[in-house]
Design a binder for this molecule. Structure first.
Ligand code: SF4
Length: 241
């Protein structure tokens, strides 16, 4: 663990115009106990860059139980391609069984995604983050209105508590979708085959759909809900900005 005096806001100012590799190098220099969160989409770029800097980088992903088969196949491809130990986190079985018994498999279309995401994503993520000092995410400012102010590094108040401060690095914060795809193509980075079928922002199968040319990428996520509420809770702090 790094010093309690670690002033991440000051470092964020220093690094606000730096590229992902510089930000990742800084993260690895200052934290031993950190891991990359990989969603199974284009944030695979993070793994590609991180592996070049730290071959022992730890990576985890959330298996909500509702992902596309293409995403499951992609997770395995990434594991093999990078020879990375990919930790797959699952929801609590008892909590999930109760939820599905009481509300069925598609309650989110009626009363919003919050409860289902809370069980399938947030609870397992919270368990994992309690074991880390910092995590690395693929959040970008251009992904949605809720992410427009994402910093390259920050204190994660959503998952910190009085006994444990958690830091979050967002090395791709300033990159555009175009830059991400240029990197993927230039470096032959494996990608989820759903991207070739018109999907951009990929989450669970029932909550993700293709977007039309010129539509914003988040238009394909929870399309039945208000634009400014489109966070699953992994980055809940964004909604308070
Ligand atoms: S994205 Fe949809 S299916 Fe996946 S956890 Fe959230 S509400 Fe549930």
């Amino acid at each position: 663990m790094t010093s309690k005096l670690f002033d991440i806001e000051a470092h964020a100012r220093d690094f606000q115009n730096k590229g992902p590799a510089d930000i990742l190098r800084f993260a690895f220099r200052n934290f031993d106990n950190l891991a990359v969160s990989f969603s199974g989409a284009e944030d695979v770029v993070l793994i590609d860059i991180a592996k070049r800097i730290n071959p022992d980088v730890k990576v985890f992903s959330l298996d909500t139980g509702r992902l596309h088969s293409e995403t499951y196949r992609f997770l395995e491809r990434v594991r093999e391609h990078y020879n990375v130990e990919l930790e797959i986190l699952s929801p609590d079985a008892a909590q999930l069984e109760t939820f599905v018994r009481e509300k069925g498999l598609y309650s989110f279309y009626k009363d919003g995604h919050k409860e289902c995401c809370g069980i399938r994503k947030i609870a397992p993520l919270r368990r994992k983050l309690q074991t880390l000092d910092a995590w690395i995410t693929g959040q970008r400012k251009d992904q949605s209105p809720t992410r427009a102010n994402v910093s390259v590094m920050e204190t994660d108040f959503g998952f910190s508590n009085p006994r444990h401060t958690l830091y979050k690095f967002n090395p791709l914060a300033n990159w555009t979708s175009k830059q991400v795809w240029s990197y993927i193509q230039a470096n032959d980075v494996p990608h989820n085959e759903l991207h070739s079928q018109g999907y951009i922002s990929i989450s669970c199968e029932p909550c993700t759909r293709q977007v039309l040319p010129n539509q914003h990428e988040r238009a394909g996520r929870w399309w039945w809900e208000e634009e400014t509420l489109k966070e699953c809770g992994l980055h809940a702090g964004n909604l308070e900005n």
